[in-house]
Design a protein around this ligand. Sequence first.
Ligand SMILES: [Zn+2]
Length: 305
Amino acid sequence: MAQSADLGFIENPLDRLHPLREDAAALAGLIARDDARAFVFAGDRPLLAGSSANGATALFAHDQAVRLAPDGEEVFLGLDGTRRPVLARRRAPIEDGEGWTGPEVGDLRALALSGALPAAEVGMMALAASMLGWHANHPHCSRCGAVSQMRIGGFRRDCAACGAQHFPRTDPVVIMLVHDGERALLGRSARFPAGMYSAIAGFVEPGETIEQAVARETREETAIAVGRVSYHSSQPWPFVSSLMIGCHATAASREIKVDPAELEDAIWVGRAELAQALRREGPIKVPPSIAIAHWLIRAYVSGEV
Ligand SMILES: [Zn+2]
Protein backbone atom coordinates (compact mmCIF):
# COMPACT_ATOMS: atom_id res chain seq x y z
CA MET A 1 0.00 0.00 0.00
CA ALA A 2 1.36 3.42 -0.93
CA GLN A 3 2.23 5.55 2.06
CA SER A 4 2.05 9.30 2.28
CA ALA A 5 5.73 10.25 2.55
CA ASP A 6 6.15 10.67 -1.23
CA LEU A 7 4.71 13.76 -2.96
CA GLY A 8 1.85 14.52 -0.61
CA PHE A 9 -1.90 14.85 -1.23
CA ILE A 10 -1.86 13.69 -4.88
CA GLU A 11 -3.41 10.25 -4.49
CA ASN A 12 -7.16 10.67 -4.17
CA PRO A 13 -9.48 7.75 -4.98
CA LEU A 14 -12.72 9.65 -4.30
CA ASP A 15 -15.62 9.43 -6.69
CA ARG A 16 -17.15 12.83 -5.88
CA LEU A 17 -20.49 11.73 -7.33
CA HIS A 18 -21.37 14.76 -9.39
CA PRO A 19 -24.21 15.07 -10.39
CA LEU A 20 -25.77 12.41 -8.10
CA ARG A 21 -25.09 14.68 -5.09
CA GLU A 22 -27.73 17.12 -6.44
CA ASP A 23 -30.34 14.54 -5.31
CA ALA A 24 -30.84 15.25 -1.57
CA ALA A 25 -32.65 11.97 -0.89
CA ALA A 26 -29.97 9.87 -2.61
CA LEU A 27 -27.30 11.75 -0.68
CA ALA A 28 -29.10 11.18 2.64
CA GLY A 29 -29.32 7.46 1.79
CA LEU A 30 -25.56 7.26 1.25
CA ILE A 31 -24.80 9.13 4.48
CA ALA A 32 -27.07 6.76 6.45
CA ARG A 33 -25.24 3.65 5.27
CA ASP A 34 -23.58 1.46 7.93
CA ASP A 35 -20.25 1.56 6.12
CA ALA A 36 -20.14 5.39 5.96
CA ARG A 37 -16.86 6.81 7.29
CA ALA A 38 -15.84 10.32 8.28
CA PHE A 39 -12.79 12.43 9.01
CA VAL A 40 -13.11 14.68 12.03
CA PHE A 41 -11.22 17.96 12.21
CA ALA A 42 -10.85 19.96 15.40
CA GLY A 43 -10.35 23.37 13.80
CA ASP A 44 -7.63 22.68 11.23
CA ARG A 45 -6.30 19.54 12.93
CA PRO A 46 -7.51 16.01 12.17
CA LEU A 47 -8.38 13.53 14.90
CA LEU A 48 -6.82 10.08 14.59
CA ALA A 49 -9.05 7.02 14.74
CA GLY A 50 -6.14 4.83 15.82
CA SER A 51 -4.49 1.88 14.23
CA SER A 52 -6.36 -0.64 12.14
CA ALA A 53 -5.25 -3.98 10.70
CA ASN A 54 -3.75 -2.11 7.75
CA GLY A 55 -2.06 0.58 9.85
CA ALA A 56 -3.07 3.95 11.25
CA THR A 57 -6.22 5.66 10.02
CA ALA A 58 -8.04 8.97 10.41
CA LEU A 59 -11.38 7.53 9.26
CA PHE A 60 -14.03 7.10 11.96
CA ALA A 61 -17.32 5.25 11.68
CA HIS A 62 -19.77 8.01 10.73
CA ASP A 63 -21.88 7.73 13.89
CA GLN A 64 -18.74 8.02 16.02
CA ALA A 65 -17.72 11.11 14.05
CA VAL A 66 -21.13 12.67 14.77
CA ARG A 67 -20.57 12.08 18.50
CA LEU A 68 -17.09 13.65 18.34
CA ALA A 69 -18.30 16.69 16.40
CA PRO A 70 -22.03 16.97 17.09
CA ASP A 71 -22.51 20.63 16.12
CA GLY A 72 -20.06 21.22 13.32
CA GLU A 73 -20.64 21.37 9.59
CA GLU A 74 -20.47 18.17 7.58
CA VAL A 75 -19.26 17.71 4.03
CA PHE A 76 -19.93 14.68 1.84
CA LEU A 77 -16.67 13.96 0.02
CA GLY A 78 -17.76 10.99 -2.10
CA LEU A 79 -17.11 7.26 -2.33
CA ASP A 80 -13.63 5.93 -1.56
CA GLY A 81 -11.74 3.23 -3.47
CA THR A 82 -13.88 0.52 -1.89
CA ARG A 83 -17.13 2.49 -2.59
CA ARG A 84 -17.65 3.47 1.05
CA PRO A 85 -19.31 6.87 1.60
CA VAL A 86 -16.74 9.27 3.10
CA LEU A 87 -17.63 12.48 4.93
CA ALA A 88 -15.80 15.11 6.92
CA ARG A 89 -16.93 16.97 10.02
CA ARG A 90 -15.46 19.91 11.86
CA ARG A 91 -15.64 20.76 15.56
CA ALA A 92 -14.12 23.53 17.62
CA PRO A 93 -10.33 23.45 18.05
CA ILE A 94 -9.01 21.49 21.02
CA GLU A 95 -6.68 23.71 23.01
CA ASP A 96 -3.65 22.34 24.81
CA GLY A 97 -4.47 21.85 28.48
CA GLU A 98 -8.19 21.55 27.81
CA GLY A 99 -8.27 18.10 29.36
CA TRP A 100 -9.37 16.45 26.08
CA THR A 101 -9.83 12.71 26.61
CA GLY A 102 -10.92 11.84 23.06
CA PRO A 103 -8.85 10.51 20.15
CA GLU A 104 -5.35 11.82 19.51
CA VAL A 105 -5.21 15.19 17.72
CA GLY A 106 -2.99 15.08 14.64
CA ASP A 107 -1.38 17.61 12.33
CA LEU A 108 -2.10 17.20 8.61
CA ARG A 109 1.30 18.38 7.39
CA ALA A 110 3.15 16.22 9.92
CA LEU A 111 0.99 13.22 9.06
CA ALA A 112 1.75 13.60 5.36
CA LEU A 113 5.44 13.93 6.18
CA SER A 114 5.50 10.92 8.49
CA GLY A 115 4.06 8.42 6.04
CA ALA A 116 1.99 6.99 8.90
CA LEU A 117 -1.28 7.07 6.96
CA PRO A 118 -2.08 5.51 3.57
CA ALA A 119 -1.42 7.99 0.74
CA ALA A 120 -5.04 7.76 -0.42
CA GLU A 121 -6.27 8.78 3.02
CA VAL A 122 -3.95 11.79 3.11
CA GLY A 123 -5.21 12.77 -0.35
CA MET A 124 -8.84 12.59 0.76
CA MET A 125 -7.93 14.62 3.85
CA ALA A 126 -6.59 17.38 1.61
CA LEU A 127 -10.05 17.75 0.11
CA ALA A 128 -11.66 17.51 3.55
CA ALA A 129 -9.42 20.18 5.08
CA SER A 130 -9.89 22.59 2.18
CA MET A 131 -13.67 22.14 2.10
CA LEU A 132 -14.16 22.47 5.86
CA GLY A 133 -11.88 25.51 5.89
CA TRP A 134 -13.88 27.14 3.08
CA HIS A 135 -17.21 26.63 4.87
CA ALA A 136 -15.81 27.87 8.18
CA ASN A 137 -14.49 31.02 6.53
CA HIS A 138 -17.45 31.73 4.21
CA PRO A 139 -20.66 31.56 6.26
CA HIS A 140 -22.07 34.65 4.54
CA CYS A 141 -22.95 35.49 0.96
CA SER A 142 -20.13 37.60 -0.50
CA ARG A 143 -22.62 39.51 -2.68
CA CYS A 144 -25.27 40.61 -0.13
CA GLY A 145 -23.93 39.54 3.28
CA ALA A 146 -26.84 37.26 4.26
CA VAL A 147 -26.14 33.90 5.89
CA SER A 148 -25.76 31.28 3.11
CA GLN A 149 -26.63 27.57 3.21
CA MET A 150 -24.53 24.53 2.33
CA ARG A 151 -25.83 22.54 -0.66
CA ILE A 152 -25.00 19.34 -2.60
CA GLY A 153 -23.03 17.88 0.28
CA GLY A 154 -20.86 20.97 0.65
CA PHE A 155 -19.71 21.65 -2.92
CA ARG A 156 -21.83 24.82 -3.09
CA ARG A 157 -23.33 27.47 -0.81
CA ASP A 158 -26.58 29.14 -1.84
CA CYS A 159 -27.88 32.52 -0.69
CA ALA A 160 -31.67 32.53 -0.18
CA ALA A 161 -31.72 36.33 0.08
CA CYS A 162 -30.23 37.23 -3.31
CA GLY A 163 -30.07 33.89 -5.14
CA ALA A 164 -26.28 33.85 -5.52
CA GLN A 165 -24.46 30.52 -5.64
CA HIS A 166 -20.93 30.22 -4.28
CA PHE A 167 -18.43 27.47 -5.06
CA PRO A 168 -15.41 26.29 -3.07
CA ARG A 169 -12.27 28.07 -4.18
CA THR A 170 -8.86 26.80 -5.16
CA ASP A 171 -5.97 29.24 -5.26
CA PRO A 172 -3.38 28.54 -7.98
CA VAL A 173 0.22 29.00 -6.90
CA VAL A 174 3.18 28.80 -9.27
CA ILE A 175 6.33 27.21 -7.88
CA MET A 176 9.33 27.23 -10.16
CA LEU A 177 12.87 26.02 -10.26
CA VAL A 178 14.68 28.63 -12.35
CA HIS A 179 18.02 27.46 -13.74
CA ASP A 180 20.79 28.61 -16.07
CA GLY A 181 21.89 25.15 -17.13
CA GLU A 182 24.61 24.87 -14.47
CA ARG A 183 22.89 26.21 -11.39
CA ALA A 184 19.40 26.59 -9.97
CA LEU A 185 17.88 29.54 -8.13
CA LEU A 186 16.71 28.83 -4.58
CA GLY A 187 15.21 31.20 -2.04
CA ARG A 188 14.79 31.14 1.67
CA SER A 189 11.91 32.59 3.66
CA ALA A 190 12.54 33.81 7.20
CA ARG A 191 10.08 31.22 8.51
CA PHE A 192 12.03 28.24 7.05
CA PRO A 193 14.08 25.97 9.34
CA ALA A 194 17.81 26.82 9.53
CA GLY A 195 19.67 26.05 6.29
CA MET A 196 16.48 25.32 4.28
CA TYR A 197 16.16 26.70 0.73
CA SER A 198 13.37 26.03 -1.76
CA ALA A 199 12.03 26.92 -5.19
CA ILE A 200 10.55 30.40 -5.67
CA ALA A 201 6.73 30.48 -5.41
CA GLY A 202 3.80 32.86 -5.47
CA PHE A 203 0.08 33.20 -6.16
CA VAL A 204 -1.19 33.49 -9.71
CA GLU A 205 -3.04 36.80 -10.06
CA PRO A 206 -6.20 37.53 -12.08
CA GLY A 207 -5.59 38.07 -15.76
CA GLU A 208 -2.31 36.20 -15.76
CA THR A 209 -1.04 33.05 -17.48
CA ILE A 210 1.05 30.50 -15.59
CA GLU A 211 4.10 31.61 -17.60
CA GLN A 212 3.49 35.28 -16.75
CA ALA A 213 3.05 34.47 -13.06
CA VAL A 214 6.33 32.51 -13.05
CA ALA A 215 8.15 35.46 -14.62
CA ARG A 216 6.54 38.11 -12.42
CA GLU A 217 7.05 36.31 -9.10
CA THR A 218 10.66 35.44 -9.93
CA ARG A 219 11.37 39.05 -10.93
CA GLU A 220 9.62 40.50 -7.88
CA GLU A 221 11.35 38.25 -5.36
CA THR A 222 14.86 37.95 -6.87
CA ALA A 223 15.11 40.41 -9.81
CA ILE A 224 16.00 37.44 -12.07
CA ALA A 225 14.50 37.58 -15.58
CA VAL A 226 12.94 34.36 -16.84
CA GLY A 227 13.02 32.90 -20.35
CA ARG A 228 11.29 29.65 -21.31
CA VAL A 229 8.84 28.13 -18.82
CA SER A 230 7.88 24.44 -18.82
CA TYR A 231 5.24 22.66 -16.76
CA HIS A 232 6.36 19.73 -14.59
CA SER A 233 3.54 18.60 -12.27
CA SER A 234 0.95 19.85 -9.79
CA GLN A 235 -0.13 19.18 -6.22
CA PRO A 236 -3.07 20.16 -4.02
CA TRP A 237 -1.68 21.91 -0.94
CA PRO A 238 -4.48 22.09 1.65
CA PHE A 239 -3.14 24.98 3.78
CA VAL A 240 -5.82 26.14 3.08
CA SER A 241 -6.76 25.60 -0.57
CA SER A 242 -3.81 25.99 -2.89
CA LEU A 243 -3.02 24.18 -6.11
CA MET A 244 0.74 24.14 -6.52
CA ILE A 245 1.71 24.33 -10.22
CA GLY A 246 5.29 23.10 -10.50
CA CYS A 247 7.42 24.50 -13.34
CA HIS A 248 10.98 24.74 -14.54
CA ALA A 249 12.19 27.96 -16.14
CA THR A 250 15.38 29.13 -17.77
CA ALA A 251 17.09 32.21 -16.36
CA ALA A 252 17.64 35.19 -18.68
CA SER A 253 19.76 37.12 -16.16
CA ARG A 254 22.17 36.25 -13.32
CA GLU A 255 22.32 39.05 -10.76
CA ILE A 256 20.12 38.41 -7.73
CA LYS A 257 18.47 41.25 -5.83
CA VAL A 258 16.27 39.90 -3.03
CA ASP A 259 13.01 41.56 -2.00
CA PRO A 260 13.38 41.45 1.80
CA ALA A 261 9.60 41.55 2.25
CA GLU A 262 9.38 38.16 0.50
CA LEU A 263 12.70 36.40 1.03
CA GLU A 264 15.55 36.41 3.51
CA ASP A 265 18.04 35.16 0.93
CA ALA A 266 18.31 33.77 -2.60
CA ILE A 267 21.28 31.91 -4.07
CA TRP A 268 22.47 30.00 -7.14
CA VAL A 269 23.19 26.36 -6.30
CA GLY A 270 25.05 23.92 -8.57
CA ARG A 271 23.73 20.50 -9.55
CA ALA A 272 26.33 18.66 -7.41
CA GLU A 273 25.39 20.65 -4.31
CA LEU A 274 21.69 20.02 -4.97
CA ALA A 275 22.36 16.30 -5.34
CA GLN A 276 24.10 16.45 -1.97
CA ALA A 277 21.14 18.27 -0.42
CA LEU A 278 18.73 15.60 -1.75
CA ARG A 279 20.89 13.02 0.04
CA ARG A 280 20.56 15.21 3.16
CA GLU A 281 24.26 15.97 3.13
CA GLY A 282 26.07 19.31 2.98
CA PRO A 283 25.13 22.74 4.31
CA ILE A 284 21.98 23.36 2.23
CA LYS A 285 18.70 21.70 3.10
CA VAL A 286 15.86 21.28 0.59
CA PRO A 287 12.18 20.45 1.21
CA PRO A 288 11.15 16.85 1.92
CA SER A 289 9.54 14.58 -0.65
CA ILE A 290 5.94 15.49 0.30
CA ALA A 291 6.59 18.94 -1.23
CA ILE A 292 6.60 19.52 -4.98
CA ALA A 293 9.78 21.64 -4.72
CA HIS A 294 11.66 18.45 -3.83
CA TRP A 295 10.60 16.84 -7.12
CA LEU A 296 11.38 19.95 -9.19
CA ILE A 297 14.90 19.85 -7.74
CA ARG A 298 15.16 16.10 -8.26
CA ALA A 299 14.16 16.39 -11.93
CA TYR A 300 16.76 19.11 -12.46
CA VAL A 301 19.53 17.14 -10.74
CA SER A 302 18.75 14.03 -12.77
CA GLY A 303 19.06 16.02 -16.00
CA GLU A 304 15.40 15.75 -17.02
CA VAL A 305 15.34 19.52 -17.65
ZN1 LIG B 1 -26.74 36.94 -1.18
